[in-house]
Design a protein around this ligand. Structure first.
Ligand code: SAM
Length: 243
């Protein structure tokens, strides 16, 4: 849902081309609580854990790329972690990483629920990070990951994202940005075009970004493009290195 005008989650059921894996977390689901001993407690309760089908579908192709990119990385900061599914999945598959999820405070409960359920020690508690707020984490990070955020954020927020990344990341750090992008001023598919209209109806400041605009922002903030990976259902995974 777009909560209070904030660019948060969008319900997948109402998106065009929702089966095309455009990123969009669904709402929470009921769970059957279990007692500490593992027996069913016999009550259904709404959990804070949010679920995104898209995350389930895109995590494997993303993992194939970031397994290589983050092979020698130690500390990854994730921007706009959403449900928390990616954080938990990638941290489990890449145990040499310490994964720091971040998002607007309204999404922390879900990230924390996924984290607690996983029991993983290499997923840290979420940090409150609004890229437009000017206050970024102070840790040392040699990797950054963000999925499906640049078309949700306004262009001004995307500019803040890049300047924040440029200030934060160490020389040599890798930055991976996943999502749909336009090239040469054109959509890469009809479904991306419909998705863009749908986004803009909900929030005129959002929309699929031009690769060239993103590339300029990356250049201006000290990043060199290393790879532009073709991903399923008209998405890309852009990889930069901080110089
Ligand atoms: C479409 S969701 C993507 C979530 C998750 N990365 C995924 O792939 O499922 C966009 C995310 O960007 C976050 N976001 C939007 N504006 C933001 C901002 N200004 N600063 C930080 N995160 C923001 C939202 O809260 C949301 O979690």
């Amino acid at each position: 849902m777009l909560q209070g005008g904030r660019p948060g989650f969008l319900p997948i059921e109402r998106t065009p081309d929702s089966r095309e894996n455009h990123n969009i977390p669904t709402s929470g689901k009921d769970v059957l609580l279990t007692s500490p001993g593992g027996r069913k407690a016999g009550v259904h309760q709404q959990t804070m854990k949010q679920y995104s089908q898209a995350c389930e579908e895109n995590r494997e192709p993303i993992l194939t790329v970031i397994r290589q990119v983050f092979a020698n990385t130690h500390n990854v900061l994730e921007i706009g972690s959403g449900t928390g599914q990616h954080a938990v999945y990638f941290a489990r598959q890449l145990p040499h990483l310490t994964w720091q999820p971040t998002d607007l405070a309204e999404n922390h409960a879900s990230i924390q629920a996924w984290r607690e359920e996983s029991g993983l020690e290499n997923v840290l508690p979420p940090i409150d990070l609004d890229v437009t707020a000017g206050t970024w984490p102070t840790g040392i990070y040699d990797g950054l990951f963000s999925a499906n955020t640049t078309h949700i954020m306004s262009l001004e927020a995307v500019q803040s994202l890049f300047s924040g990344m440029g200030n934060l990341l160490q020389t040599g750090a890798h930055c991976c940005l996943y999502g749909p992008f336009n090239y040469d001023g054109a959509f890469t598919s009809d479904s991306n075009e419909r998705f863009d209209s749908w986004l803009k109806q909900r929030d005129p400041a959002s929309g699929i970004r031009d690769f060239e605009v993103i590339a300029e922002l990356a250049d201006a903030n000290g990043f060199i493009l290393q790879d532009d990976n073709d991903m399923p259902v008209n998405n890309r995974l852009l990889v930069w290195q901080k110089v």
